[in-house]
Design a protein around this ligand. Structure first.
Ligand code: FES
Length: 165
């Protein structure tokens, strides 16, 4: 890889910088805009690298360690590249009792992702387990990108995967 391709290209430039500036007008202090600034990075790059975290820290007047602490706290921020469809499955006890593990197995099989956190060879799918999604009465809830899908069973997985493929 050449040095030129290794050079970091700032996220907050041009249109994205203008979007950040608009976001900053909604907050009394720029530090308070950390979460939407991180969303902006993730939307532009697909994930948030350490270098991007440093850029966010510089722009918002925070330390890189503080930004990293926030990124690593929330499962919705990606610290490495993920598939086009990011799938989160609740496997906390109530959903587990109702068969969440079977849903996870079916998703790993039908998406081709094979392992939790891995991305399918076609770059389409990454599946992870998460804690309670707040829909315990509708096991098993699954988030595919921004879509919340309730009452998923292993039998429903092939159709679900077809829909998003
Ligand atoms: S335990 Fe699965 S949604 Fe609450």
């Amino acid at each position: 890889m050449s040095t030129a391709t290794q050079e970091y290209q700032a996220v907050f430039a041009g249109k994205t910088r203008a979007q950040l500036d608009e976001i900053l007008t909604r907050y009394p202090a720029k530090q308070a805009a950390l979460l939407p600034a991180l969303w902006l990075v993730q939307r532009e790059r697909g994930w948030i690298s350490d270098r991007s975290m440093t850029e966010v820290a510089e722009v918002l007047g925070l330390t890189p360690a503080y930004v990293k602490g926030v990124v690593t706290f929330y499962t919705m921020y990606h610290q490495h590249p993920v598939g086009k469809n990011f799938v989160q499955v609740c496997t906390t006890s109530p959903c587990n009792i109702c068969g969440a593990e079977g849903v996870v197995r079916a998703l790993l099989e039908h998406t081709g992702a094979k392992d939790l956190g891995a991305t399918s060879p076609d770059g389409q799918w990454t599946v992870i387990e998460v804690e309670c999604l707040g829909a315990c009465g509708f096991a098993t809830p699954v988030l595919i990108n921004d879509d919340f899908i309730e009452s998923v069973t292993p039998e429903k997985v092939p159709e679900l995967v077809r829909k998003y493929r």
